[in-house]
Design a protein around this ligand. Structure first.
Ligand code: ADP
Ligand code: MG
Length: 710
């Protein structure tokens, strides 16, 4: 690579967080009183007074200007899955001498009013009060982003209506964290812990993505309009050799990753591991975990950065969950744990699990939460692209279950049988058989890649989330359902005269009632689908079928009890999701029609004409030549072409019917039940043709070109 000059080598600790208005910068730059006041706000969630905000805003601006910032932006996550921002410059009206001042007030820091009427609100904002407000989230640090637009001070904000209803992912996430904090502290007090002051969910989101060449991307209208391929025959080589997984990273990709890391580190994102994934052209990036709210913001930044840097490297980063049929899709593993402010991980089983009553009850609380709200948790990972991925024998099935591994399952069995656990399976020593390699203790549990919700040592890994989706929703649900479990446990134990006894009772009861959610076997197998059905576990294959879980009686009661969502907010979210679904599938369907009519049919016609001409030429040269092969190809191609035309007309005729349906839910269902099958019917003959037609005549790059093109 040409650009490996010396300044390309640097010490990570020199640049890490250099563009973040983090704790260190604040301590250094803010007056002591202001700093303490802000920390209090962050810690206790108190209101920030305007004088303090003014001082902070001023310092933030000065700091940002030193980094070259000309603009500031309230950075927020509306409900369309991406981040939004509106840029304002710091300049004030010119003074009498014609010069301008750079100003930024506390009011501007705390509150913004983007003209946000076209963000999805699901009916929450009627047109005469279409305003939405952004408010500073001081628990997630501001940062300066440097790119083609110059440098911009980005202020993480929440986005609400005039009356305070949430229009974003952040507001309910913060509310869910508060709920978990409150119930988590109550839970700890049951076990005599009087020192912890906060209980915090932590998240590490592993991000999968595909990288392809930009020119090839541009040559595929389906990728450009929908982010995934809508046609495409399988290449002769797929992922069957598994030679890509953890394989050596290609130089072009390595240079990209290096750039991504540098950008992320400057923004204080702890990009930690990177490797190739299972599918060709697929990769993964994992950060070090952090507080849920910051982790969610950082995952958004990561996705933005992956896209932006790819563009600079003449590549395109596909975040869609299933960009290629028949090839592994991309997900986002949401690693989740709950820790105290003094650093104790409540999901850590400790050395002797069976004696750790607090852990065992916490474990049962999680099992109960996941079992009771499996449908809601499934819904939190619902995304259009994920419909093509979940249950496709390479991603977790659409059935929620929990993997515990041998050791914990054994302890759970003991609890169910006798109410207490007396022993746990020991970790074995791993003997590598080679003297120079150190022997080490095996993890007490194996890995199970097929589980959607796996206990992995001291955290749970929720693997259902889609690669394009925000991890916000999944964590809102996780935090809230655990808060509910803990609240119910505390209600029970606190009401008892004999707390120790009550703890044992409730542990046994929860273990017994919710054991059915535990599954350690192969989640990709067909037997599991049947077994899950016998156990009464829900299997919700599509987004459209998942959305009702948002507004079920159970969910409304759950979220209202912990002030995470009101019923109105839930209804608006469900409306937005149906709407979003219908719109996205509509675009996919229209893109297929467009490609089939304007690219596929003309190319195939040109090919058949050529073929016919060449047959005639051969025939006129000599009538001795046998042209039956050419003729049979011509027949085959023409037959498929007529099927394409027939299916295309059917699909095209259906699209207006869909958009005529007024009720959003019914419209989304129509797209799911009628349009998608019609799209699949059109795809089949087109993919067949791709295998019959001369490659030079095919109007777009093939799967092989895309997947092996870097
Ligand atoms: P694995 O190999 O099991 O997937 P890693 O150690 O590579 O585990 O971690 C995967 C992700 O999980 C990383 O983002 C990591 O920071 C995160 N993680 C590790 N420990 C925790 C924890 N206690 N809570 C939340 N996330 C965690
Ligand atoms: Mg993982």
């Amino acid at each position: 690579m040409g650009n490996t000059n010396n300044e390309e080598y640097y010490n990570v600790s020199d640049i890490f967080g250099e563009n973040v208005f983090n704790d260190e910068v604040m301590r250094e730059r803010l007056p002591k009183k202001t700093y303490q006041r802000l920390k209090e706000t962050i810690r206790l969630g108190a209101q920030l007074d305007i004088e303090t905000a003014d001082v902070i805003a001023h310092e933030m601006k000065e700091w940002a200007i030193e980094k070259g910032a000309t603009h500031y932006s309230h950075w927020f996550q509306p409900l369309n899955g991406i981040t939004a921002e509106k840029h304002d410059s710091f300049i004030s009206a010119p003074m009498s001498n014609g010069k301008v001042l750079m100003t930024f007030s506390g009011k501007e820091l705390i509150k913004g009013e983007p003209d946000a009427s076209s963000f999805p609100s699901g009916g929450l904002r009627v047109t005469f009060e279409a305003r939405g407000y952004t408010t500073w989230d001081c628990t997630s640090p501001a940062f300066v982003r440097q790119d083609a637009a110059g440098a911009t001070l980005c202020i993480p904000t929440a986005f609400c209506t005039f009356t305070g209803e949430a229009l974003d992912q952040k507001t309910p996430l913060l509310r869910s964290m508060e709920a978990l904090n409150e119930q988590g502290l109550r839970f700890l007090r049951l076990f005599g812990n009087t020192t912890a002051k906060r209980v915090i969910p932590c998240v590490g989101a592993e991000q999968e993505y595909f990288l392809i060449d930009k020119e090839m991307y541009k040559a595929r209208k389906d990728l450009v309009y929908t982010g995934r391929t809508l046609f495409g025959a399988m290449p002769p080589k797929g992922q069957e050799l598994e030679d890509h997984y953890f394989g050596a990273i290609k130089e072009r990709v390595a240079a990209y990753m290096r750039d991504v890391n540098k950008e992320l580190w400057k923004l204080g994102v702890t990009a930690k591991t990177q490797h190739n994934e299972v599918a060709p052209a697929q990769h993964e990036l994992a950060p070090i975990y952090e507080e849920a709210n910051v982790a969610v913001d950082h995952n958004q930044l990561t996705m933005e950065t992956l896209k932006k840097v790819a563009n600079r490297h003449n590549m395109y980063c596909l975040l869609n969950e299933k960009p290629f049929a028949g090839v592994n899709g991309s997900g986002k593993h949401n690693n989740w744990s709950v820790v105290t402010d003094d650093g104790v991980n409540l999901f850590d089983p400790g050395k002797t699990v069976h004696e750790n009553k607090q852990f065992l009850l916490m474990l049962c609380a999680v099992l109960s939460a996941v079992d009771k709200h499996a449908e809601l948790l499934r819904e939190s990972a619902a995304d259009i692209g994920n419909d093509n991925r979940l249950g496709a024998a390479e991603a977790p099935p659409a059935i929620i279950s929990v993997y515990l591994g041998a050791q914990l399952s054994d302890v759970l069995d003991q609890l169910i049988e006798s109410g207490t656990a007396t022993h746990s399976i020991k970790r074995e020593k791993m003997d590598t058989g080679v003297n120079v390699l150190p022997d080490f203790k095996k993890d007490a549990m194996d890995r199970n890649r097929t589980s959607p919700f796996a206990f992995t040592g001291n955290k749970f890994e929720f693997r259902m989330v889609g690669s394009r989706d925000s991890v916000g929703e999944a964590n809102i649900v996780l935090n809230t359902i655990l808060a509910e479990s803990l609240a119910d446990i505390c209600d029970y134990v606190e009401a008892s005269d004999n707390k120790d006894q009550a703890i044992l009772e409730i542990t046994k009861k929860l273990a017994t009632d919710h054991e059915r959610i535990v599954f350690n076997g192969n989640g990709y197998s067909a037997e599991w689908v049947q077994e899950a059905e016998r156990r009464g576990l829900p299997n919700i294959p599509s987004m459209v079928e998942a959305i009702p879980a948002l507004t079920s009686e159970d969910s409304v009661e759950l979220f209202e009890r912990f002030n995470v969502f009101s019923k109105t907010e839930l209804e608006s979210r469900s409306e937005i999701e149906y709407e979003f679904y219908a719109k996205r599938i509509n675009i996919e369907a229209r893109t297929m029609v467009d490609i089939a009519r304007k690219q596929i049919i003309p190319s195939v016609m040109a090919y058949t004409t050529k073929l016919a001409q060449s047959i005639n030429q051969v025939k006129s040269a000599t009538d001795k030549a046998n042209v039956s092969t050419q003729e049979s190809i011509l027949v085959d191609v023409s037959d498929n072409l007529s099927v394409v035309k027939e299916k295309l007309d059917i699909l095209e005729g259906m699209i207006p019917k869909a958009s005529d349906i007024i009720e959003t839910k019914r419209r989304a269902e129509f797209y799911h039940d009628e349009i998608i099958p019609a799209m699949n019917e059109l795809r089949t003959p087109v993919d067949k043709l791709e295998m019959l037609v001369d490659k030079n005549e095919w109007p777009m790059p093939s799967y092989g070109d895309l997947l092996f093109g870097l």
